[in-house]
Design a protein around this ligand. Structure first.
Ligand SMILES: [Zn+2]
Ligand SMILES: [Zn+2]
Length: 351
């Protein structure tokens, strides 16, 4: 049996490289030789035992690669084609997918998130892509692996924050937290036509990076109260849309408190414990507010659209890759990324 190197979750605190069998390809699968991948904040939650996955699971959900083998039922693709696959791999055929909620595939909460969660992921030399015809998305000629590395998750999630907040031309948008996803939400707000994007974070370098992606004003929440600052910046009017990109009670509450009546809070964060709301923060439920939550949209058409944004030059996320590692060094990469050392934004991992 042929084997491959893979990053495996053993138990909380331990993700290690192991030799694992190269997966067998079923009729509707494709085997991808991974050429580049990355580590997500969610992988760090898995490492710390904060998000449970089965011991022995190969982690990772952001693959860039080359088709190595195709299942017998797959048409329209060729071995050797360069592709990306979204972090979310919908089946594309169940009622929930056909109802437009592909991330909740098969009617299960987060059901579309399979890589590195319910099936083996892509921090490995090879990954098996399920429902390949719904998920393999060819990389346009001329784009490098690094240029499309953010598409499977970070860019898809971040931009969906602006889309699902229904940002309109001329809107004022506030984005809370400027990690990789918040930065993409900032870029998304600008793409959707917001004319004023106010970003909030406590790290100066991230606020500076946000300005290069379309932020107009930056609020350092370690120095000023962001709610006061935003209300002042908007002459007491509040914002049309606020985007929460951290997953904490405080940022969620800030997002509500800066909303104008009729505004929308678009939530991207992953929350744990309990989320409690002071009712005055949303006008006792009578403010015509919208609260919308989103899990990263996936599927090949989503990936095609995101890569077209990259190809058009409207968003350039190459500056996100601050550190590069070989798959063999992934434990070192996790250590750096989990502790957010050396001003890391994202790491690139080459198998
Ligand atoms: Zn992720
Ligand atoms: Zn489905």
């Amino acid at each position: 049996m042929k084997t491959m190197k893979a990053a495996v979750f053993e138990r909380p605190g331990r993700i290690v490289i192991q030799e694992r069998p190269i997966p067998e390809v079923g009729p509707t699968d494709a085997l991808l030789r991974v050429t580049l991948t990355t580590i997500c904040g969610t992988d760090v939650h898995i490492l710390k035992g904060e998000f449970p996955v089965a011991p022995g699971r190969i982690v990772g959900h952001e693959p860039v690669g080359v088709i190595e083998r195709l299942g017998a039922a797959i048409t329209g693709y060729e071995v050797g084609q360069r592709v990306i696959v979204g972090a979310i791999t919908p089946c594309g055929q169940c009622n929930t997918c056909l109802d437009g909620h592909r991330s909740q595939c098969r009617g299960r909460p987060m059901g579309g998130w399979r890589f590195g969660n319910t099936i083996d992921g892509c921090q490995a030399e090879f990954v098996l892509v399920p429902d390949a015809m719904a998920n393999l998305s060819p990389i346009p000629d001329g784009l490098t692996d690094e240029q499309v590395l953010m598409c499977p998750d970070i860019m898809s999630t971040g931009i969906s924050g602006a889309e699902n907040g229904s940002v309109r031309i001329g809107d004022v948008v506030a984005v809370f937290a400027q990690g990789p996803i918040g930065l993409c939400a900032t870029a998304g707000a600008r793409l959707r036509g917001a004319t004023r994007v106010i970003v909030v974070d406590g790290i100066a370098e991230r606020l500076a990076l946000a300005k290069t992606l379309g932020a107009d004003e930056a609020v350092d929440c370690t120095k000023t109260d962001p709610v006061d600052a935003i209300m002042k910046l908007t002459d007491g009017r509040g914002v049309d849309v606020s985007i929460e990109a951290l997953g904490r009670e405080q940022t969620f509450e800030w997002g509500l408190r800066v909303l104008k009546p009729g505004g929308a809070l678009s939530s991207l964060g992953v929350y744990s414990g309990k989320l409690s709301l002071p009712v005055d923060a949303f006008a006792a439920g009578l403010g015509d507010h919208t609260i919308r939550t989103t899990l990263c949209p996936g599927g090949k058409e989503r990936m095609r659209r995101l890569m077209s944004i990259v190809q058009s030059g409207r968003v350039d996320l190459r500056s996100f890759v601050t550190h590069r590692f070989k798959l063999d060094q992934i434990e070192e990469a996790y250590e750096l990324f989990a502790n957010q050392r050396d001003q890391v934004i994202k790491v690139a991992i080459t198998p």
